[in-house]
Design a protein around this ligand. Structure first.
Ligand SMILES: Cc1cc2nc3c(=O)[nH]c(=O)nc-3n(C[C@H](O)[C@H](O)[C@H](O)COP(=O)(O)OP(=O)(O)OC[C@H]3O[C@@H](n4cnc5c(N)ncnc54)[C@H](O)[C@@H]3O)c2cc1C
Ligand SMILES: NC(=O)c1ccc[n+]([C@@H]2O[C@H](COP(=O)([O-])OP(=O)(O)OC[C@H]3O[C@@H](n4cnc5c(N)ncnc54)[C@H](O)[C@@H]3O)[C@@H](O)[C@H]2O)c1
Length: 466
């Protein structure tokens, strides 16, 4: 029986464990915090639960137009209930995952794992596990490193859990911040800026670039900036935070160019660093790559036979869905199953702002730069009958296809439920369907997804050879 030890019980680790157990391996997961990992306990799941509350408020803004009178000034947020729900749901989800993997026969050890091979280059490996009861050494034919990542700390802005916070500390606040400065305008920063904006908090986004979401679709980021501006949230652009200092009233954010921004609280969202420093990589001869990430190939192999890595510690695409797939692929490969290498161009992702921004496949930027030839269409939601009925004025559907064949290579949806609407485009990209396939698919009338089939129709080509 193949002995598999998995370091870290996040999506990469627990999904890998389920696959390995299904294929009859002897599987042990070592997890120091709780099953589900940082994803379930501190990052993805808590933030999305919090955003569910802010989403309920976001919907209220447009109710007047639908003939429903609500007084937003009369709406209050019971923050302890919101935070209690966030924490409770995370713990329940972690318990569910633990029960599931244990049901499949996986051994779960609460502890910290590190390699302890006597020398690099051996055919099998050893993992030392430190628990509250002592240290145990586990022999392994295969090891999966799935140790995830931790919030990056700027030396001049170390979180104190009171006024200078990382995103994992937010749910300890007793009251909503009076004025929240969100430092960093990547996906994490944009999501929290949007959530607190909808909760009525004064928000200032400190962006080191000339816009929010510098790595996302520019038209989508422009929609979000428009909403921010309408709701009174400001974006300080070309603003690199040097340090954050506590003052009597709150915090001061000192920017590299000398500007100073005052706020009551600072939320640091300046990225993550991989948890790869203290896991004994030197014992097995793995040299971490740039930024401390572990280099892997498309079937999750590291440079050392028998050792795989998956998820945020590889820095491939820091998404739960990608972490899970990398973990599963690692196990299929290790256990001799036929396996297709991961295809990053087919990954669907969503920014959970209000409205949401969902993307899949080739980006507009790659098309505009000439890197990928494609025909494109952008349909504003304002032209969609259902959107009009719902009072949705912002948002759009973009579809990209190969110039000659019409094969769908990517798309973007900006809408309140973009995370759900992206699936037909993701299916098309994954299965190399053409715009004709989308165009000839019946969508419900009236529906927002009608804009996707309409985009397909507008990209269809008709000539004598058809
Ligand atoms: C605020 C935020 C929101 C996000 N929202 C989304 C989202 O909506 N959708 C999405 O797809 N992705 C989202 N992500 C990204 C997603 O959370 C990560 O991609 C995902 O957590 C990666 O999973 P993982 O298994 O690699 O690592 P993790 O979830 O970080 O789990 C790794 C686990 O390993 C443990 N560990 C580390 N070292 C050791 C050791 N030596 N021994 C034992 N255990 C160890 C860690 O404590 C941790 O529990 C979000 C990220 C952030 C920061
Ligand atoms: N919905 C989701 O799927 C979701 C949500 C959150 C995060 N994630 C994933 O997690 C990963 C990390 O995202 P992230 O947003 O946490 O990090 P990031 O590294 O993508 O963004 C951090 C931003 O902070 C900026 N920054 C760094 N130092 C700064 C400074 N001193 N002053 C001002 N700005 C500074 C960077 O330029 C960057 O734009 C991404 O891959 C993302 O996709 C996904």
């Amino acid at each position: 029986m193949t002995r598999i030890v998995i370091m870290g019980g996040g999506p990469a680790g627990y999904e890998a464990a389920l696959v390995a157990a299904q294929h009859g391996a002897d599987v042990t997961i070592v997890e120091r915090d709780g099953l589900g990992g940082a994803c379930v306990l501190y990052d993805c799941v808590p933030s999305k639960t919090f955003i569910a509350s802010s989403g309920a408020l976001a919907k209220m803004h447009d109710l007047g137009e639908l003939g429903i009178n609500t007084d937003l000034a009369d709406t209050s947020i019971d923050l302890p209930t919101v935070h209690g729900r966030v924490k409770g749901l995370a713990l329940a989800q972690s318990a569910d995952i633990r029960a599931r993997v244990q049901r499949e026969g996986v051994r779960v050890i609460a502890g910290e794992a590190r390699f302890c091979d006597e020398e690099p280059g051996l055919a099998t490996h050893k993992v030392a596990v430190t628990t509250k009861d002592g240290t145990e050494k586990l022999p392994a034919d295969v090891v999966l490193i799935a140790t995830g990542a931790t919030p990056r700390v700027l030396p001049g802005a170390v979180p104190d859990g009171e006024r200078i916070l990382d995103w994992r500390q937010l749910y300890e606040l007793q009251e909503l911040p009076e004025h929240l400065a969100v430092i960093g305008s990547g996906v994490t920063g944009a999501e929290f800026a949007s959530a607190y904006t909808e909760m009525g908090v004064k928000v200032t986004v400190v962006s080191s670039r000339d816009r929010v979401l510098p790595h996302e679709d520019a038209d989508a980021a422009a929609v979000l900036e428009e909403v921010f501006s309408q709701r009174g949230t400001t974006v300080a652009k070309q603003a690199r935070a040097d340090r954050v200092v506590r003052t009597e009233k709150g915090v001061e954010i000192h920017l590299a160019d000398g500007r100073v921004i005052e706020a009551s609280h600072a939320l640091m969202t300046v990225g993550s660093v991989p948890n790869t420093q203290d896991i004994g990589l030197d014992k097995v001869g793995i040299e971490p790559g740039p930024g401390g990430f572990i280099t892997v190939d498309r079937v999750s192999r590291t440079s050392v036979p028998g050792i795989y890595a998956a998820g945020d510690c590889t820095g491939v695409l820091m998404l739960a869905s990608v972490a899970s797939m990398q973990g599963r692929i690692a196990m299929w490969h290790a256990l001799g199953e036929g396996v297709a290498p991961i295809k990053l161009k087919t990954v669907a992702a969503n920014v959970f702002t209000h409205p949401e921004i969902a993307t899949v496949g080739i980006s507009q930027q790659a098309i505009d730069s000439g890197e990928v030839p494609a025909r494109t269409i952008m349909l504003p939601l304002a032209t969609n009958a259902r959107a009009k009925m719902e009072g949705l004025r912002r948002g759009f559907v973009k579809l990209f296809c190969r110039p000659a064949t019409g094969v769908v290579v990517g798309g973007v949806v900006v809408a309140p439920t973009a995370s759900e609407l992206i699936l037909p485009i993701a299916l098309a990209v994954q299965n190399q369907l053409t715009v004709d396939h989308l165009a000839l698919t019946f969508s419900v009338y009236p529906s927002l997804s009608g804009s996707i089939t309409e985009a397909g129709r507008q990209l269809m080509r008709h000539d004598d050879l058809d």
